[in-house]
Design a protein around this ligand. Structure first.
Ligand code: C5P
Length: 218
């Protein structure tokens, strides 16, 4: 049975989440959405009422927040203080502030440590998705994939997914790509990563390509 680590990186709307969940399901592996961790940390900060400019307090809030993540593909969840926050972390307020929170080095260090702990604990392998997995979180991953797609196609997918206005979604993706590029490298593949442009591929085709890479051993 598969028990390795697969790193899937890429910008917003590249299809990472659907791909990661489906691949993990088919491999019988766990699946970790690191974007959800940054989003939950951001929600904790917003709920605490702390000013985003007050970095020391922001760091403290993130480090003491009571969060739990479900990594079973069929039952992925994020909880804050015991409450399921899957809907809240996808909301506009979190989306507008997550880049600022995730740009704080201490916040990243804290979350990267918990990501590595979760990866270590996964006994049947794990698919990890994010922006810096292949390069920073799990540079020894068995397979590293960089998923990308044209900005217009990424906006179309995101707005279909969450029912938001296409132009507003396109603007938000562009803003977040730019903001995130200061901390991670959403436009670059990690060393050793296989680049997969999904602009003209559907989910089945991407999954087939990944299974081939896994069988060939990366
Ligand atoms: O993937 P998703 O759009 O949910 O990620 C939300 C935000 O979390 C990103 O815009 C980025 O600021 C941050 N993030 C990060 N590093 C990761 C995953 C997400 O900085 N590995």
């Amino acid at each position: 049975a598969f028990n390795g680590v697969i790193a899937i990186d890429g910008p917003s709307g590249s299809g990472k989440s659907s791909v990661a969940r489906r691949l993990a399901t088919e491999l019988g592996a766990a699946c970790l959405d690191t974007g959800a961790m940054y989003r939950t940390a951001t929600l904790a900060v917003l709920r605490s009422g702390v000013h985003l400019g007050d970095k020391q307090t922001v760091i403290k809030v993130v480090e003491t927040a009571k969060v739990e993540f479900g990594t079973t593909p069929a039952d992925r969840y994020a909880r804050l203080d015991g409450e399921n926050v899957d809907a809240d972390i996808r909301g506009d307020e979190v989306t507008a502030n997550v880049s600022a929170v995730s740009s704080i080095p201490e916040v990243r260090q804290y979350l990267i440590t918990s990501q590595r702990d979760i990866i270590k604990a996964a006994e049947n392998g794990i698919v990890v998705e994010g922006r810096d997995i292949g390069e920073v979180v799990a540079p020894d991953a068995d397979l590293k994939v960089y998923l990308t797609a044209d900005p217009a196609e990424r906006a179309r997918r995101r707005s279909t997914q969450n029912g938001a206005n296409l132009a507003a979604t396109a603007a938000d993706i562009k803003r977040r790509d730019t903001a995130d590029a200061k901390t991670t490298r959403p436009h670059d593949a990690a060393p050793g990563a296989v680049v997969l442009d999904t602009t003209h591929l559907d989910l089945d085709q991407v999954i087939t390509a990944l299974h081939e890479l896994i069988t060939r051993g990366g």
